[in-house]
Design a protein. Structure first.
Length: 202
């Protein structure tokens, strides 16, 4: 499926993961996916780097197939770049057994969590501008469930299906809304290697 000449979503392969094994490249790709095409100079101003640095990182992302030149914009002196896909998907299980990818995988996962945190803290820092329309609409929630891995996978698929139902082109009056979803286990009692006993709450 394509969207305005781009793939709607793409699973990461090893080459892409290596390219994203750098926090700055992850941030630049995130900005291109969220806000649309930009020049190396424009991205540099937003991430606090020189255009030479962002140009180099953009070339690495392009070599991995993650970004591409937006030939409908710019001129010979100014190159515009866009994400080659609306979003990317990553399954850790595809890379977890490859020792050569341990570093890039760790960087990718940690940078993803840091980007989530930064997005949420930015919203809080800008709260006054959003209060009129979003004071009782924005949600920050977490919960605790007792589930098997299979149940968790089923629940995640159902949540993602709900999110996909709301995916559409932007309309007048829309805001750019971030959705985060994660589901992972925790050890309730680290001192007990067997975990909670029957009847314990987790």
């Amino acid at each position: 499926m394509t969207e305005n000449g781009r793939e709607a979503s793409r699973p990461l392969d090893a080459r892409m993961l290596r390219a994203l094994g750098h926090p700055l490249r992850m941030r630049m790709l995130e900005l291109l996916q969220a806000d649309g095409p930009a020049t190396a100079t424009g991205l540099g101003k937003r991430v606090g780097e020189s255009s030479g640095t962002t140009s180099w990182h953009l070339r690495l992302l392009a070599e991995a197939g993650l970004v591409e030149e937006d030939t409908g914009r710019g001129n010979k002196r100014e190159r515009w770049w866009r994400s080659a896909q609306r979003s990317t998907r990553m399954r850790a299980v595809d890379f977890i057994d490859d020792p050569d990818l341990a570093g890039p995988l760790n960087t990718f996962l940690r940078s993803s969590l840091e980007q989530r945190y930064q997005a949420e803290t930015q919203f809080l820092s800008e709260l006054p501008r959003w209060m009129d329309r979003w004071h009782d609409k924005a949600v920050f929630d977490d919960g605790r469930l007792s589930l098997t891995p299979e149940e968790t996978a089923t629940m995640s698929a159902e949540v993602e299906a709900v999110i996909d139902r709301y995916r559409r082109d932007a309309r007048p009056g829309d805001d750019n809304v971030i959705t985060h979803w994660s589901a992972f286990p925790r050890q309730a009692r680290p001192e007990d290697p067997e975990g909670p006993t029957e009847g314990d709450e987790s």
